[in-house]
Design a protein around this ligand. Sequence first.
Ligand code: GLN
Length: 444
Amino acid sequence: MNVSECLAAIDRLNPKLNAFLRVNTAANGKPIAIKDNIVTTEMPTTCASRILSGFTSPYDATAITRLRKSGYAIVGKTNLDEFAMGSSTEHSAFGPTRNPWDTTRVAGGSSGGSAAAVAARMVPAALGSETGGSVRQPAALCGVVGLKPTYGRISRWGLVAFASSLDQIGIVTKTARECAELLGIIAGHDPLDSTSSAEPVDDYTADVERGAKGLRFGVVREAVEKLEGDVRVNFDDALRVLRKGGAIVEDASVPAIVYAIAIYYIVANAEASANLARFDGVRYGRRSDHSRTVRDMYFASRGEGFGPEVKRRIMLGTFALSSGYYEAYYGRAQAVRAKLRSDFATAFERFDFLLTPTTPEPAFKIGAKTGDPLSMYLSDIFTAPANLVGIPAIAVPSGFSPEGLPLSLQIMAPHFRERALFRAAAAFERETEYWKREPRNVEC
Ligand code: GLN
């Protein structure tokens, strides 16, 4: 796809899908779309929030600089849950993104715009961001590939901070190979991000043709024992595909994985409450005109600028960090996070990869979970562990539910083993070829 084909597809489909918040008709190069919480100089960055209205970054994120050097052009900025907080893109201040396979359903989130854009063939690839599953989960619900790299593999410079110990830029593509190529371009140490890793950048496409023969996959028992229905059937089918390709597939145990969601929503919200303090009506974007004192101006700007989910997170996080409760919540969450890390390390002594489905269910109806934050939070049950532990993980299309909605397999690997991850994902992809199917009913 070239830029003009992308622009034509966006013109035709975006009114229905709302995947793009902004399009750059002057783009010139290899086309890519960028989630609107990654800063770019030629279009505004909104984080899908009213509080950033009027903000355009004076600099590019490091990942953007690297893409430009390789000849890429940003065709547009994609929709997301406000500040990447959510699992459905319904928390965007600019309306939800719709799922190209069924427009009455969510595209997932928070990188729902990026996933829908690739699934509907509006762009060949997109960047998203990951804090607890925001690339893998929407990729799963839209039937495309989504990568969350090792923590520190891609610079976070220019990614608007949500929870700094969890955040990473991620990649959405149709196939594992395209994903591997893009990672090779944007990965690597960056002096502007002190948490970026000095580990050498690998040749990520080197092993994509090697197949799965002899690779050892562990099925995370604690995560899959309660699976039922279509997701169960599909997951068991995926295991059979891997075995047929010569892989070894056995039971694995990661006992602390059952606490991942509880840990995640304490750690992520605590860090968010600190990171979002910078949006004060002075430094960036929008300032309320309904105030007479400085103090009023902070309150009114934040009160008017942030949506309800962001406010809920800031309140929960502030509470978890308050002096009387710090040890009971944040302190304990960090202790269990350490246990989770060591459980994964133990499991990886026996296995090259660990497996779960990417999501507990296919795309849900728009509006089905907006009134019930806890059920929305459970969308991340299989994805959040990789962020807490810092390991890479990939979502690969694994087929369709009886009503034609995409399902997805999640493969996790030890730190910095992305090259192996692409090998496994590509092997699965070659056996199944689900990536060749495209949604057909989106025409307006
Ligand atoms: N859905 C999760 C949340 O709401 C993850 C978000 C993300 O990865 N940015 O926090």
